[in-house]
Ligand binder design. Structure first.
Ligand SMILES: Cc1cc2nc3c(=O)[nH]c(=O)nc-3n(C[C@H](O)[C@H](O)[C@H](O)COP(=O)(O)OP(=O)(O)OC[C@H]3O[C@@H](n4cnc5c(N)ncnc54)[C@H](O)[C@@H]3O)c2cc1C
Length: 446
C-alpha cells in the first residue's frame, strides 16, 4: 500500500490537530459521535473519498478508503457521526440511486451535513433480515411507512435513516423489500432511547407511524431491496472496523509499557494475527475496487476480525492482572471500556453463527475450482479411514508436503501462486473428509 503513504500522512496530520481533544476509545465508529470532528474531516475531503468528484468525492479507491479508516480507528478518533453514510449508504445510493438522489445526498454526506442511521433490524427480524415487517404502502406521490425498527444506533443524532420496508404483494419473503431514504424530521417518526447495560445511549427504537416518503427517496427499484441490501452488507462487514474496534487497548497498553516478559508470546501472537487480518481487509477492498461484491470474503473477515477484537480485550485483562478500575489511569480505562463494549462485536452486522452459515454455503461468490477440488479430495482420500481416522499430525504432514499453507501466497515469495479461492477450496476439501489441521491459520499467517 506504498502508493497510499501520502494519504496516510494526510489523515495522521488531521488527527494530530485534534490530539488531546479526544480520548481514544473502543468502538469509536459507533460511540464516538462528534459532529465537529466529522466537519473537520469533511473540510479536508476525507468523507466519501471513493465517490466521483462531481458529488463531493475524490474518485479514490476502496484501498484508499481503507487507509483513511485504518488511521482513524487506530487513533480511536470520534468518527461515528458520518460512519454509516460514508461506509454503506453513500455507496448504496451511488450504485442504485437515481442521478437526482445522488446529486442531492452524496455532496451533503461528503460535507458532513447529512448523517444516517440504519433501520434494518426489527424485534422479529435481526439475523433473518428478510422477515422485515415494516410496511411501505404506495400512495399518490410516494409511500406511507409504518413499523418499528430496533437497535438503530445513533438515530437520535442522525438527520436521516436508511429504512428497509416491505411493499405489499409477492409470495416469497424476499419479494417486495424496498430501500428508502427517510428524513428523520418527517412527522410520524418517534425515536425512543434504549440504554445498554452500561447505561450508555446509542441504541434506539425508531417508530414509523404512517410516515410519508416521496417516491424519489427509493434507493434502486421497488422490490429489489433484498438483492441490494445483501450487497450493502458486504460493505458493512468487510471494513477494518471489524478488526480494529478494540485496537486502542493494544496501543494504550504498549505505550504505557504494561505488558511484562511473560506476556511476550501473547503480544506476538496478537500482532501476527493483526497483520494477517490487515492483509485480508486489503484483499476485500481490492475486490471492491475490481467491481466485485465480496460477500463471503467480507463474512470471513468479520468472523476472524471480531474474534481477534475480543481476544485483544481478554489480553488487556490478563496484562492488567486485576479488574480494571476506570479511575486508575488510561490503561484501566480503555480495558474497562473494551470489556463493556466488546459483546456487541460478534452480533452487530451479522452474528458469528450467521457468518459461519454464509461461509459454509456455496453461493455468493465465484465457485471453487472443480479441478482443484477433485485433486484435493484425491490427495487426502486415504486419510479419512473409517477404522482409524488420521490425526492432526498426519494431516498436517500431508498438507504441508503438498504446499497447501502457501497456496494463496505469490510464487516469488515461495508460495503456490494461487489466490484466496484456492485456499477456500483446500480447506473445504479437508473439512468434507472430516480432517483437521491448521492449514487455514498457517495460510493466513503466510
Ligand atoms: C452494538 C450493536 C449495534 C447495532 N446497530 C444496529 C443498527 O444501527 N441498525 C440495525 O438495524 N441493527 C443494529 N443492530 C442489530 C444487529 O444487526 C442484530 O442484533 C443482529 O443482526 C442479530 O439479530 P437479533 O439481535 O435479532 O438476534 P437473532 O437474529 O434473534 O439471533 C439470536 C441468536 O440466534 C442465532 N441465529 C439466528 N439465526 C441463525 C441461523 N440462521 N443460523 C445459526 N444461528 C442463528 C444468532 O446467531 C443469535 O445467537 C446492532 C446490534 C448491536 C449489538
Amino acid at each position: 500500500m506504498g502508493e497510499q503513504n501520502s494519504l496516510r500522512d494526510e489523515v495522521r496530520a488531521v488527527i494530530a490537530t485534534r490530539r488531546g481533544e479526544f480520548a481514544a476509545q473502543c468502538d469509536a465508529w459507533l460511540y464516538g459521535h462528534d459532529p465537529a470532528f466529522t466537519a473537520l474531516l469533511a473540510e479536508r475531503g476525507l468523507i466519501g473519498i471513493t465517490w466521483p468528484r462531481e458529488v463531493g468525492g475524490r474518485a479514490a479507491g476502496a484501498v484508499d478508503r481503507l487507509v483513511v479508516t485504518e488511521e482513524l480507528l487506530r487513533a480511536g478518533a470520534p468518527v461515528a457521526a458520518h460512519w454509516i453514510a460514508d461506509r454503506q449508504i453513500g455507496p448504496a445510493i451511488l450504485r442504485y440511486g437515481t442521478p437526482e438522489l445522488q446529486r442531492e445526498f452524496l455532496p451533503q454526506i461528503a460535507a458532513g451535513e447529512v448523517t444516517f442511521c440504519l433501520g434494518m433490524s426489527e424485534s422479529e427480524s435481526g439475523s433473518d433480515l428478510a422477515a422485515v415487517r415494516t410496511k411501505a404502502v404506495p400512495v399518490e406521490g410516494g409511500y406511507r411507512i409504518t413499523g418499528r425498527k430496533i437497535w438503530t444506533s445513533n438515530a437520535h443524532r442522525s438527520t436521516h435513516a436508511y429504512v428497509l420496508a416491505r411493499v405489499p404483494g409477492g409470495e416469497d419473503k424476499h419479494d417486495g423489500l424496498t430501500e428508502f431514504v427517510v428524513d428523520l424530521s418527517t412527522p410520524g417518526i418517534e425515536v425512543r432511547p434504549i440504554l445498554d447495560l452500561a447505561g450508555e445511549h446509542h441504541f434506539n427504537e425508531t417508530i414509523f407511524d404512517d410516515v410519508f416518503v416521496p417516491s424519489d427517496r427509493v434507493i434502486g427499484a421497488e422490490g429489489n431491496g433484498w438483492r441490494q441490501v445483501t450487497e450493502q452488507l458486504s460493505f458493512e462487514r468487510g471494513g477494518v472496523e471489524r478488526v480494529l474496534s478494540t485496537y486502542p487497548v493494544l496501543e494504550t497498553l504498549l505505550r504505557a509499557n504494561r505488558p511484562r516478559p511473560q506476556h511476550a508470546s501473547q503480544t506476538g501472537t496478537l500482532v501476527a494475527r493483526l497483520h494477517a487480518l490487515r492483509g485480508m481487509a486489503v484483499g476485500v477492498a481490492a475486490a471492491v475496487d475490481a467491481g466485485e461484491a465480496p460477500i463471503r470474503r467480507a463474512a470471513m473477515l468479520k468472523y476472524l476480525g471480531t474474534s481477534f477484537e475480543a481476544d485483544l480485550v481478554e489480553y488487556g485483562r490478563t496484562v492488567l492482572g486485576s479488574t480494571p478500575r476506570p479511575g486508575r489511569g488510561e490503561a484501566d480505562r480503555i480495558v474497562a471500556e473494551g470489556i463493556r463494549r466488546s459483546p456487541g462485536g460478534t452480533l452487530r452486522g451479522g452474528t458469528t453463527e450467521v457468518l459461519l452459515g454464509i461461509l459454509a454455503r456455496n453461493d455468493g461468490e465465484p465457485q471453487a475450482d472443480d479441478e482443484l477440488s477433485r485433486l484435493v479430495d484425491e490427495a487426502v482420500a486415504d486419510l479419512s479411514r473409517a477404522d482409524k481416522p488420521a490425526d492432526t499430525v498426519e494431516v498436517w504432514a500431508r498438507a504441508s508436503g503438498l504446499g497447501w499453507p502457501g497456496a494463496a501466497v505469490a510464487e516469488p515469495a515461495g508460495g503456490g501462486g494461487g489466490d484466496f479461492s484456492d485456499l477456500v477450496t483446500i480447506v473445504r476439501g479437508l473439512a468434507r473428509r472430516g480432517l483437521a489441521a491448521p492449514v487455514a491459520e498457517s495460510a493466513l499467517a503466510a
